[in-house]
Design a protein. Sequence first.
Length: 348
Amino acid sequence: MELLGSKTVQEVLIQGEQVPEKYIHKVEDGGVPVPDASAAQLMDVPVIDLALLAASSISADELEKLRSALATWGCFQVINHGMSPEFLDEFREITKQFFALPVEDKKKYLRQVNDIQGYGNDMVFSEQQTLDWSDRLYLSVYPQDNRKLNLWPENPKSFRQTLDQYTMDLQVVTKTVLKAMARSLDLEDNCFSDLYGGEQGKMDIRFNFYPPCPRPDLVLGVKPHADGTLITLLLQDKEVEGLQFLKGDKWFRAPIVPDALLINVGDQVEILSNGIFKSPVHKVVTNSDKERISVAAFCIPESDKEIEPFERLVNESRPRLYKKVKNYVGIYFEYYQQGRRPMEAAKM
Ligand SMILES: O=C(O)CCC(=O)C(=O)O
Ligand SMILES: [Fe+2]
């Protein structure tokens, strides 16, 4: 159960408070709570041309690039995805315009306690939870029955239509990526996409807004987590960095490739691939003078689908690492509430 909601970050800032205690990360052993972002290296994650992954003209080199990126980083950037740079700019623009509305106007779309959809802050499950320095708008878009249109902004005027177009385009990208992932593992083309569901696999969208933060050394935009999805497609801010990925015990900065989408696999693909593809732990740092936006699209299997390692990927040299799970997103929140890594629930 969620505790009563707290304020949005924007409201905290309007009230001119010091950064409230609840947002502050502490390190008991006296280390640095949030290491200086500029000290982190850029990741060398490949940029993949989606046209070269489409079934009709698939390139073996591109496929190998994909497999190797997902086995090392768990993510890659993709260009030639069918959306024009102008359209991506328009989509970023409606995101900025929505968050720039006065608090009162946005509150029409306020998330209710215990519902994930709507505008507001991170869901709060325990008194101990350190809060993220981000405001969100979370909307389910597919299947269409999941849409709560009363929570879809009417201002800016083009918001709904632009979101609709963006998510239709993403469904096409998702299908191509899921097929290519299967091929890169020598599996049957549709093995991932069958779990995702027919024409309209489940997709949720989270618009993230990170206001400038007076204490980037103590506060995170999003605390370290891995996504509970099959895959996540992220549109990053065009100018402001913030996202970092963990590899080994080091954090790396995700580079901005303005017209690319950054795609990462989530826990469910790590399970299905028997650990060959890594669901990367990532976080978002804040900065003191620039706001940042991003938009994450979460692709999630239907909740009645059983998720377990594909048999072809289990053998003597690679024993089965994960149990069968169902409704993983439900498990995800239960573990998250207790401050545990949800993947623990799936390990053998
Ligand atoms: O803002 C970002 O770059 C990433 C956000 C994220 O990790 C998420 O929404 O799950
Ligand atoms: Fe994430």
